[in-house]
Design a protein around this ligand. Structure first.
Ligand SMILES: [Zn+2]
Ligand SMILES: [Zn+2]
Length: 140
């Protein structure tokens, strides 16, 4: 008996829901039609212009101009470092620049070119067997 009852209840419920659904659909259809009507009405200029808001002036945030992130300049290699810096013996690391063109060694009077530079001093110095300008420049 209970089963039949719940089935009936279920049926009732479904019916109810269907009815609701149909109503909802009808309402949606109505809303859509209304919207369409309004849109066609809105062809007149006055309607299109949105009514001005009353009260405090709207503080619509003006879109910030896109700030282009300043291109991070590549560390200016071969700028003259302070002698004190060259000789301080701290964190000087011979580094490859991997550039297609090598740069002039800054250990005068050496005129060779090298792809090795000190990443602290930012100066190119030979770092090859026979030309230890890197060491000389930092030690002399
Ligand atoms: Zn250095
Ligand atoms: Zn050199």
């Amino acid at each position: 008996m209970a089963t039949v009852n719940s089935w009936l209840e279920y049926k009732q419920h479904t019916k109810h829901c269907n009815l609701l659904n149909r109503n909802t659909m009808d309402l949606l259809a109505f809303k859509e039609r209304l919207a369409n009507t309004l849109i066609s009405l809105g062809r007149t200029k006055a309607f299109i212009t949105p009514p001005r808001k009353r009260g405090r002036p709207s503080t619509t945030p003006t879109p910030e101009p896109e700030v282009q992130p300043a291109k991070t300049k590549p560390r200016s290699v071969d700028s003259t470092p302070y002698e004190e810096t060259i000789k301080d013996g701290l964190d000087h690391m011979p580094t490859f620049d991997y550039k297609p063109n090598s740069s002039r060694c800054k250990n005068r009077p050496c005129k060779f070119k090298t792809n090795v530079y000190c990443d602290k001093c930012n100066i190119h110095l030979c770092f090859v067997p026979g030309r230890e300008c890197y060491r000389q420049k930092h030690r002399k």
